[in-house]
Design a protein around this ligand. Structure first.
Ligand SMILES: [Zn+2]
Ligand SMILES: [Zn+2]
Length: 133
């Protein structure tokens, strides 16, 4: 288990046992939705409420300790903050994978074909993962 105490403090978050457990869950699962996170947390903290999980997740998001990935037609997942990357989502099992994509060609194409100013470049591509093919 990685010690996330310093990481939490670096994001101005007190390292409570719940937050450390959330950190470890995110680390081992990579991407996790709130319901799965809740299930995992219940195994460690029998009396924890969904509201407490939401509160912690919200605060962690606010302090950029974690980031959310909005999945079309599915639940939002959360991950520990990493450098910019895109996502691949399996439509059969819901598996979410990270992928580094070069956005420069896309942005320059947008630039030459439209006068739109891009502020966010979140990319989620759907398909079938290796296990589900
Ligand atoms: Zn799959
Ligand atoms: Zn990711």
């Amino acid at each position: 288990m990685i010690n996330y105490t310093d990481e939490l403090r670096r994001h101005n978050l007190k390292a409570t046992p719940q937050r450390l457990a959330i950190s470890n869950a995110l680390h081992s699962c990579g991407h996790i939705n709130i319901d799965t996170l809740y299930e995992l947390m219940l195994k460690k903290f029998a009396s924890i409420s969904l509201a407490t999980i939401y509160k912690n997740v919200h605060l962690m998001l606010e302090n950029s300790y974690i980031q959310e990935v909005k999945i079309p037609q599915s639940k939002t997942v959360y991950e520990l903050t990493k450098t910019y990357h895109s996502h691949l989502v399996c439509t059969k099992c819901g598996e979410v994978e990270d992928i580094k994509l070069n956005m420069k060609p896309i942005l320059s194409e947008v630039n030459s074909n439209s006068s739109f100013e891009i502020s966010k470049t979140d990319v989620v591509l759907s398909g079938t993962c290796k296990n589900c093919q």
